[in-house]
Design a protein around this ligand. Sequence first.
Ligand code: AMP
Length: 284
Amino acid sequence: MDILKTKSAMQEWSKKKKKESKTVCLVPTMGYFHQGHISLMEKGKPLCDELVVSIFVNPTQFGPNEDLDSYPSNIENDLALAKKAGVTAVFLPSKKTVYPEKFQTEIKLQYLPGFLCGKFRPVHFSGVATVVTKLFNIVMPDIAIFGQKDYQQLQIIRQLTLDLDFDIKIIAGNIIREKDGLAMSSRNAYLSKLQRSSALSLSKSLNLAKELIARGEKNPVAIKNQIETFICTFPETTIEYISFCNPKTLEAVDSIEHQVLLAIAVKVGKTRLIDNALIDHPAQ
Ligand code: AMP
C-alpha cells in the first residue's frame, strides 16, 4: 500500500495508473475508521483496479465553534485497517498541502446547502464541496464512494460532479449501524455511557416514523410531533432538526405521498449526531 503525502506525488501516482489503463476508485474520509468507512472500501474494491482512500480532516468544513481541534485521529490504526481492506494507496496530505498560503477559491452550491445541516452549519458544505473538488482533481478517480449517512453531502457531491463536468461515477454506500441501531460515526467516540444510550433516540425515531407511515400516516407534522416528544425523553438531547423532505431536492414535503427522506440532527451533550432514512409510502 502506497502512502502519498503531496499533491504532485498523488497526481503522478494516478497518472501512472491511468496510463496502465487501471480504474481508480476514491473513498474520501476524515479518518478514525469504523466499519462505515471500511464498508465503503469494500464496496469500491471489486469495482476498480486501484483503491485510494484519502484521510484529511478538512478545516474549511468546520465552523468556529465546532470540533476541529478535538476531532479524533488514529492514523496508525487507519493505515492498518485500510491495508486489510485492500486499499492500494492512501492520500494523507497536510493542511498546507491542501490549502497553501494565499488559497482563495471556494466552491459553493446555490440551493442544496440551504436545507437540513446547512442551515445550522453555514460554512460546512462550501468546505466539503471545495475539498472534494480538490480531491477529484488531485486523485483523478473514475469512481468515488460516499456514505448515505451524510445524505445531504452525497446529494451535494452528485450535483457538483454534474455541474462541474467531472467524469466520475458517484456511488452511495448504505448506513452501517451498531447492533443496537446507532449509526456508526467517528464522533460516537465523544459520548459518555449515558449519552451513548441517548444517542439511540435517533435511530429509534427513524423506526417510529417508519411504523407510523406503514400504518398510513401521511402528515409529517403529526409524525414530527411524536418524534420530538420521544427524543425529549432521552437525557442530554437537544433537537436541531427533524425534516421530512424530497430525497432529490431536500425541500420539505407537506404530505407523505411518495418516498421521503427523514433526516434528523440531535445534539447529545455537546456531540452533534445525524441520521436519516429513505422511507417508502405503503401505497407504493
Ligand atoms: P467521515 O470520515 O466522517 O468524513 O466519513 C467518510 C465517509 O464515510 C463519508 O462518505 C461518510 O458518509 C461515510 N460514513 C460515515 N459514517 C458512515 C456509516 N455509519 N455508514 C456508512 N458510511 C459512513
